[in-house]
Structure formats: C-alpha cells, structure tokens
Ligand binder design. Structure first.
Ligand code: BMA
Length: 326
C-alpha cells in the first residue's frame, strides 16, 4: 500500500441523514444527490426530489449551519416543463459552480429525455429564478460540472458519456461560449477487473481549486452479483491544464457503510454531488445521496485531504500527448 488509509478522512455528521422525504413540505418518494453551495451566510442545497410517479425535480433548501434546520422551498427551481421535452422524465443530480465572469451560478444537471439521460445547463443569480441554457451534451451523458473560469479563453466541462460498448470514462470538453462544445478528450479512465472503480466512473462534486491543483472526487460503480456498489475516490488535476491528471488515489475514501447508505431505493450507494470549503475552519463539507433515498453530510479536514493527495500515486495513465506539459 503506497498511501495511508483514506477512509478516515470524511466523518459522517451526527445529524445524518440530514434530509429525508419526511423533511419536505410536500409528499415525495425520496430526496438525494444534492448540489451544494455557500451563498452569503447560508448553505444552499439543490436537492433532487423524486416524486411519487418516479419523476425528479430540483428543489432549493437552505440552512445557516449547513447541517441542521433546513428550510425547503415548496416549489421546484427546475422540473419537467412542456417547453423542454428533453427533460420529460425529470431533472436529476445537479452540480453548482459560481462563474464570477457572469455573476451567476451555473447548474449542470441530468435531463432525462426519451432518448436517455443528457447534460443540461441552467444559470441562476439567486436560486429563486432560473434561466435554462438547454442541453449541452446529447444522450447518454451525465455527471457534469463546469470549471468556474475560462482557460485560454475557453470554458471547460467535465462529464461522463456512456459508450455502447467498453468502459464509461470521465471526459473533458471545451467551449468558447458555454453553448458549443468540442475537443472532447478522455480525462480519467475507469480501471479494469476487480478494482473498485472498474468499468464505470463519474464525476462527483465540481472541481475544487487548491494550490496543488484541482481536487476532484469521483464515484466508481463496482459491479457485484447483487448489483453495483457506489464508492468515491479522489484525483488532482493540473491547475493551468486541467486535462492533465497529476495524481489519483488507488483506494476509495468513502464507501456505503451505514444503514441509510446500505439500504434504500438503491442499496449500497454514496453519491456526492456537492461540497463546500470553509478554509478558515479547515473544513470540507461533502453532501451526498445515500442509497438513492436520503441526503448525507460528511466533513473532512481540508488540510488532511490535501496531505492525503500529496501521497497519492502519480497518475500512470497520462496520455502520450500530455508528455512534456506537466
Ligand atoms: C447513477 C445515477 C445516480 C444514482 C446512481 C445510483 O447512474 O443515476 O442518480 O444515484 O446511479 O443508483
């Protein structure tokens, strides 16, 4: 083993699960996979709420301490809309990134179309009204987040197309205007065989800028005879060229262990979509879906996460064209 055991890094909050369908001001089947942001003196979660038909909408919840006393809106911010047939079966799994250049929060989310899941983009200034920019990746594609700023004039998005055959890898794409995307390139490859992150991986929360590089968390869906186990690991991307993976943890740092993660609509799932960094408190708060049924919170010391990443294996899967740029 080349690295210390990372499973101690994220500590589950004593109030877990911090939100269940019982906490909503309307009937629903489940609440999970939230995007997260610190806005002023409140933590905002954009919850995925699945209704009693099976269709998901995105609903805002606010809390001043980011853990307890959540105020949940009684109407969705984003949900199926007849004007948007590409989301006819719902809006799922949002990621939130503030774009200083536009003074808006970007919401990348999964639109569930009749032709499969796709990536949609919307923006909001206040989490009260929202402007849809429409689909940005065709099906099947999900698990997308933007970087908060441009690189050499271009926006960058991480996402996860699912090919008809072969592993589902994490890709990176570029755009001059947030609408037209190209130069699609594989960023992180699923491993093979018995690995926890074999065959199917996807981005977790949006990339987090640190002095050592962009910290990314990703999930691996390991297939077993009783269904997949969703666990998460970490990687570090080059600050100026985020298409270069500097380091990648071999081991997962979080796995479903508690009852509310192990048993739910989908068993054995931890699925983080959002994190909030409080640098002064050295606290990284991770918000995740538990068992596709509830919302969990796990907190890490940010300095410990970065120390762990300093020891993480250098990436051995760099593409040939990366040589000389790292
Ligand atoms: C993924 C997504 C998530 C879900 C996870 C586990 O493919 O659909 O929304 O939480 O599976 O079921």
């Amino acid at each position: 083993m080349s690295q210390s055991d990372g499973r101690h890094l994220f500590v589950r909050h004593r109030a877990n699960p911090i939100l269940t369908s019982d906490d909503l001001p309307f009937p629903a089947n489940s609440v999970f996979n939230p995007g997260a942001a610190r806005v002023g003196d409140e933590t905002v979660l954009l919850l995925r709420v699945e209704d009693l038909r099976g269709i998901s909408s995105l609903v805002v919840a606010r809390s001043s301490d980011g853990a307890t006393v959540w105020h949940v809106e009684d109407k969705p911010l984003l949900g199926p809309d007849p004007a948007h047939p590409e989301e006819v079966w719902g809006c799922e799994d949002p990621r939130l990134v503030y774009l200083p250049e536009r003074a808006v929060w970007a919401i990348t989310y999964t639109g569930y179309s009749r032709r499969g899941p796709l990536v949609s983009l919307a923006v909001t200034k206040d989490f009260k009204t929202v402007e849809r920019l429409g689909p940005v990746m065709p099906p099947d594609d999900k698990d997308a987040a933007l970087f908060p700023r441009r690189f050499d004039g271009r926006w960058i998005m991480i996402h996860r197309p699912a090919p008809i055959t072969g592993p589902a890898n994490i890709w990176i794409s570029y755009s001059p205007d947030l609408r037209h995307w190209g130069d699609h390139t594989v960023l992180l490859e699923a491993r093979e065989g018995a690995w926890w992150d074999a065959n199917k991986i996807g981005l977790g929360p949006p990339p987090l800028e640190t002095v050592a590089g962009w910290l990314v968390m990703y999930h691996g869906a390991h297939t077993t005879s009783s269904g997949p186990i969703y666990r998460v690991g970490l990687a570090l991307l080059d600050l100026d060229h985020p298409e270069i993976v500097l380091r990648r943890s071999d081991e997962w740092v979080m796995a479903p262990t508690t009852n509310y993660e192990s048993v739910g609509d989908v068993d054995k799932v931890v699925f983080p979509n959002g994190w909030v960094l409080d640098e002064a408190a050295d606290r990284l708060s991770l918000y995740y879906g538990a068992g596709d049924s509830a919302v969990g919170l796990a907190e890490a010391k940010f300095s410990e996460v970065m120390a762990y990443m300093e020891q993480a294996p250098l990436n051995l899967h760099r593409r040939a064209e990366d040589d000389g740029r790292g």
